[in-house]
Design a protein around this ligand. Structure first.
Ligand SMILES: [Zn+2]
Length: 430
């Protein structure tokens, strides 16, 4: 049987860079593997070249979907190897997609091929879906599939990318299961004024100044702290692991977080305990000697599960002031799958079975994955990152960056996790 790192290496050599995509080539490679193993499969193209691959094992009422995406983000110069070489060296596989997300594709494919050697034992159906277009919004991938082929991804639960990488705290390893994602509520602000000669500014009404004041009010505003139960569990457990007996409450939270040494992780925790407002793009005026009569600003607002569009818009208008028009052209809802469902519990148990003595905690993401489309369709979806115990945390920094790579041991651990998860949930016990 082909090794998991060889599957990953081959996938990296297929340049499914999005845009433009070209995921059908990856789907065809997977088709070859599954045809050879006699596993039923198909390619569904949402547009020419935008292939989504599906493979099916077993029959029955229970159903799990292993999901991962085959597209990757573009590369920037400066790599130490050809980013599409898929080089296997020093116990690592190198190349664009080595972590995001072809390692997951490879581990899920490998697990499914291994399970295919004893298919009679399955008392349910296992589906493997390697989909297109995650990096540019899912229009040709999961969003398309949920809309046009809703039965394909229907499952008791879906396992996808999206969890924080494991962390060591006081010598104890912590693994995460992603149960939810914040929503992106990108908001457009507009101010209007009256233009005049810049040498006599009091004859005009300056739209840029109005916007500057509005943006300052928005960015200084301290949004309310919201502890959804899974996040409270997450942070309280981390605090205890750190040997700190304090109770996490809305008022104690920020003081406690200030003591977390890892800045990226600390600020991530801050971001999942409140709405964030970041004014990131402003355009106004046309010339130095003309008082500007209009200005627009785009604000990246991220909302937590439970925070809706209408309440947000009202809050933004109140903060920005009456001179400012605010609109949200495309409100992307936050998404959430409860952690008290059988799927979550199976993942939790399997991580502990495969990794041994580790802590497993729920998390939610500050960003978004394809899981949001599934949750919106009522399908529970959970993100995992089941790396090896000794994986170098620095590798995670290569995601979307230079020299992206993954250790072969993590690939093997990830593959074992998927095999055991399917066995635990779908195998008939003798
Ligand atoms: Zn990804």
């Amino acid at each position: 049987m082909v090794h998991v790192e060889e599957i990953l290496s081959k996938l990296i050599q297929i340049k499914s860079v999005n845009p433009p995509g070209g995921e059908t080539e990856a789907a065809k490679y997977l088709k070859g593997l599954f045809d050879a193993a006699g596993v039923r499969n198909e390619i569904i193209e949402s547009a020419p070249g935008r292939g989504n691959f599906f493979a099916y094992l077993g029959e029955g009422s229970r159903r799990i979907v292993f999901l991962a995406h085959t597209d990757v983000v573009p590369v920037t110069p400066g790599w130490d190897v050809d980013p599409f070489s898929g080089a296997i060296q020093g116990g690592e596989v190198w190349g664009r997609g080595a972590l995001d997300c072809k390692s997951l594709v490879a581990a899920e494919a490998y697990a499914m091929l291994e399970l295919a050697r004893q298919p009679d034992k399955l008392k349910g159906q296992l589906v493997f879906a390697a989909t297109a277009d995650e990096e540019v919004g899912g229009t040709y991938g999961v969003k398309y599939l949920v809309e046009r082929h809703p039965d394909k991804l229907r499952a008791d639960f879906v396992v996808n990318e999206g969890a924080e990488a494991p962390l060591k705290i006081n010598g104890k390893l912590v693994y995460f299961i992603q149960a939810g994602e914040k929503g992106a509520a990108w908001t457009t602000l507009k101010t209007r004024g009256v233009s005049a000669h810049g040498s006599v500014p009091t004859l005009g009404e300056n739209a840029v100044v109005k916007m500057a004041e509005a943006v300052a009010r928005l960015s200084k505003h301290r949004t309310e702290i919201v502890l959804i139960p899974e996040v409270r569990t997450l942070i309280q457990s981390l605090v205890h692991l750190r040997g700190d007996a304090r109770r996490v409450t809305k008022s104690s939270l920020d003081g406690i977080l200030d003591g977390f040494p890892d800045r990226a992780f600390r600020e991530y925790l801050r971001a999942i305990t409140r709405m964030t407002i970041s004014p990131n793009f402003i355009q106004g005026g046309i010339k130095t000697n003309i008082v500007p009569d209009n200005c627009t600003a785009d604000v990246d607002i991220r909302v937590l599960p439970g925070q809706g569009e209408d309440a947000l818009l009202e809050q933004v208008r109140r903060l920005a002031g009456k001179d400012v028009e605010a609109s949200i052209p495309d409100f992307n809802q936050p998404s959430f799958s409860p952690s008290d469902l059988p799927g979550y519990r199976s993942i939790d148990r399997t991580i502990k079975d495969v990794l041994g003595d580790v802590t497993v905690l729920p998390c939610i993401s500050s960003g978004a994955t394809d899981s949001r489309f599934l949750r919106k369709a009522g399908i529970p979806s959970y993100g995992v990152a089941v790396m090896d115990r000794d994986t170098d945390p620095a590798l995670q920094l290569t995601v979307h960056g230079r020299n992206e790579r993954v250790d072969v041991k993590s690939l093997e651990v990830q593959a074992r996790f998927f095999v055991e998860l399917a066995r635990g949930y779908l195998w008939a016990r003798a």
